[in-house]
Design a protein around this ligand. Structure first.
Ligand SMILES: C[S@@+](CC[C@H](N)C(=O)[O-])C[C@H]1O[C@@H](n2cnc3c(N)ncnc32)[C@H](O)[C@@H]1O
Length: 279
């Protein structure tokens, strides 16, 4: 592909995957019900059930700014990724740098939801004519784990496991890859809890390690099992850097391993650093 065509294709893909080409639509009031108080939740359920008998759905309009959307601060209704344009731009820049500098290794995202960020990495490899690297897609495909307060006190208050919106099946993610013509044998699914799949994952070297598991435990499991595989020059991207439990895991891991590479802020949620030395 000509460089201009690559740019146009990847730009269009980012806008499509993040649904940025369109207005965010209203959402059914039942969608994020688990985040409401018990009383409100019950009221919403009763109302929705009563209306469902007449094929009616109550929708809630959300007043979202461009800033919130491009910073991935919202839970979108139709997008294939929730990371927003700024993080997609950074991901593109990471892929381009790795390819230009010949940094060795595959790409992985731990915590993929509908798969959009991984779809984008696979697309970028295709657009730049890379025929060697794979994209690892690691997720339970059943949502986030219940917090293990004894092992990870920082996750104590997490309610993410109760939110069905965050649980996307492997079939749906595969369908999403196929929708963009990007499902092939260089997309490798690691299905299960990170603590079970990552220690034995068939991964050699990594050039991009993208962490998006939200919780302390999910972040630590990914760092402990994968960071040693990141090549010098590789990117370690922390999607939830400004979420307390995730940040704590990152800080503890960096301290324990003497990692002092500069942390660069991507947007109001995320940050990354480049590994400069072999562990
Ligand atoms: C915020 S979403 C990821 C968003 C995604 N990166 C995107 O581009 O939109 C978090 C995902 O992490 C997964 N997850 C979190 N902790 C996990 C764990 N310990 N093991 C397996 N999957 C986990 C959830 O199933 C969910 O799909």
């Amino acid at each position: 592909m000509k460089p201009e065509s690559v740019k146009l294709y990847l730009d269009l893909l980012k806008k499509t995957l993040s649904y940025s080409l369109w207005q965010e639509p209203p959402v059914p009031i039942t969608l994020f019900n688990e985040t409401r108080s018990l009383f409100k939740r019950a009221a919403v359920l009763m109302l929705s059930r009563a209306l469902a008998t007449r094929d009616l759905v109550v929708m809630k309009r959300r007043h979202l700014t461009d800033y919130q959307r491009s910073n991935g601060q919202i839970w979108p209704l139709y997008a294939d990724t929730m990371i927003g344009m700024r993080r997609l731009d950074q991901l593109q820049s990471a892929v381009e740098t790795v390819l230009a500098e010949g940094i060795e290794g595959d790409f992985i995202e731990t915590g993929v939801w509908r798969g959009g960020a991984c779809i984008f990495m696979r697309a970028a490899l295709a657009a730049y004519g890379d025929e060697d690297r794979s994209v690892f897609v690691a997720d339970s495909f059943a949502g986030l784990p219940e917090p293990d307060s004894r092992a990870c006190p920082a996750d104590r208050d997490s309610i993410f496991h109760r939110i069905p919106y965050l649980a996307v099946s492997r079939e749906e993610v595969e369908r999403n890859f196929a929708k963009y013509g990007l499902l092939d044998d260089r997309v490798i699914f690691l299905q299960g809890w990170f603590r079970d799949t990552l220690p034995t994952a068939p991964i050699g070297k990594l050039a991009i390690l993208r962490l998006d598991g939200d919780m302390y435990g999910s972040t630590m499991d990914a760092l402990e099992n994968l960071y040693p595989k990141l090549s010098p020059g590789g990117f370690c991207i922390i999607d939830d850097f400004f979420l307390g439990p995730c940040r704590l895991a990152v800080e503890e891991y960096r301290l324990a391993h003497g990692i002092d590479e500069e942390i660069r802020i991507i947007d109001s949620c995320s940050a990354y650093w480049r590994k400069t030395v072999e562990e």
